[in-house]
Design a protein around this ligand. Structure first.
Ligand code: ADP
Ligand code: MG
Length: 399
């Protein structure tokens, strides 16, 4: 991993202005946040900087205003939630540059916190316009990026600012980069990857990157059906991208050459309807799926064998559920494999890192959130990292 400065590298910051990029794009309902996980994530960075005596100025986007002011998308909507989580009052600043912002920051004392308005109100943000970035940079003494979830975007507040001011990774960013490096950058081998979810088409780049990096590629979820079909298995009415079977074969060939073992289910849980505990529910060998049945989960024998694979591994990276986990009992394989991974992690034999919207929900459903090494809630940025892409927000922090 390229090295980057962290808050440990800061000198005396008393009275200095820290411009801190955070993710405050909270899910909202009726004007208040339904989940403040993102605020909790950046709290340590904000409080540490405040304790060190910096003036902490938060920069964030909120929704997609498309480069125009929009009263419905002001960050002032989350001010109350941020104050509650931090346990401190903060000052709202309705600009991100210029004299009004400058005056507001001038009023703040060491350790005070300000929240600027939605940085995407200005077209220069998403265009990464150097003049726009300079206007923001003029307000601050240094820049801290604590928004890994926005690091796949080369925007002024996520990338441009890092070139204009001394730049540091915040604590959440530091934790995320360290975990991701331990999982794929510089992992202890053997490494297993679990890739599941609905479709191959959304994860082609992930699969292509992983076959060259991991020793075991465990494919589950709907996408396993496409791989099974590529091997000549009749998957009945299952979700399957028949136009991608050639691609699936290519990936399996590449894995073969790279010394990566691809694990596909050999028993499966099937049903004729997509419903909880349907009367047609049964478990069978993959070669016994009837024309009117759908594969909705990996079977128990395969899950047990996959658990044995994990026991031989030192590192696990996981994206995508093994089955249609939202509906009972098609959560069984995901839950069982998650619990095995969590137990191995607790025993100290496995480093386990997972991410992805539905994956985060599935692992929470399995009750293992606290027992795996790291769960990334970064969404798009996590997937791009799984694809092996360079993230501009991270590269810009590199020394
Ligand atoms: P993530 O958000 O973690 O990246 P995805 O969005 O790729 O994960 O996939 C999650 C979805 O895949 C879930 O809604 C789940 O129901 C669906 N899924 C998993 N297995 C199957 C299956 N066998 N058939 C149909 N859908 C499935
Ligand atoms: Mg999803």
């Amino acid at each position: 991993m390229a090295s980057f400065n962290t808050l440990d590298d800061l000198g005396d910051v008393t009275g200095k202005v820290a411009l801190v990029r955070v993710d405050l794009n909270l899910p909202m309902k009726d004007g208040s946040a339904t989940d403040v996980t993102r605020v909790e994530a950046v709290k340590p960075t904000i409080l540490e900087l405040a304790e060190k005596g910096a003036k902490v100025i938060l920069l964030a986007h909120f929704g997609r205003p498309g480069g125009k002011r929009s009263s419905a998308l002001s960050t002032s909507f989350v001010q109350g939630d941020v104050e509650k989580v931090l346990g401190k009052e903060i000052m709202f600043i309705p600009e991100v540059s210029g004299p009004v912002a400058e005056q507001a920051i001038g009023i703040l004392g060491p350790g005070d916190i300000g929240l600027m308005d939605n940085v995407r109100f200005w077209p220069g943000e998403e265009a990464n316009d150097p003049a726009f970035a300079k206007g923001i940079a003029a307000l601050g003494d240094f820049y801290v990026n604590d928004a890994f979830s926005a690091a796949h975007r080369a925007h002024a507040s996520t990338e441009g600012l890092a070139h204009l001011l001394p730049a540091y990774a915040g604590r959440a960013m530091e934790k995320e980069l360290t975990a991701l490096d331990a999982a794929l950058g510089n992992p202890e081998t053997p490494v297993a990857a679990v890739v599941g979810g609905a479709k191959v088409s959304t994860k082609l780049a992930v699969l292509e990157n992983l076959v060259g990096k991991v020793q075991h590629l465990i494919i589950g979820g709907g996408m396993a059906n496409t791989f099974l079909a590529a091997k000549g298995v009749d998957v009945g009415k299952s979700l399957c991208e028949h136009d991608l079977t050639e691609t699936a074969n290519k990936i399996m060939d590449e894995a073969d050459h790279a010394g990566c073992t691809v694990h596909l289910p050999y028993d499966v849980v099937v049903a004729k309807e997509f419903a909880a505990n349907p009367p047609s529910l049964r478990t069978c060998n993959v070669h016994e799926v009837a024309a009117d049945e759908m594969i909705l989960d990996v079977g128990p024998l395969a899950v047990e064998a996959l658990g044995d694979v994990l026991k031989t591994c030192r590192t696990l990276v996981w994206n995508g559920p093994m089955g249609a986990f939202e509906i009972v009992p098609f959560d069984a394989a995901t839950v069982a494999l998650a619990r095995t991974a969590a137990a191995l992690t607790q025993e100290g034999s496995l480093v386990s890192v997972a991410g992805g919207g539905d994956t985060v929900a599935a692992l929470a459903h399995a009750g293992v959130t606290e027992d795996v090494t790291y769960i990334s809630t970064a969404g798009g940025a996590f997937l791009e990292w799984m694809e092996g892409k360079e993230l501009p927000g991270v590269s810009a922090l590199s020394k």
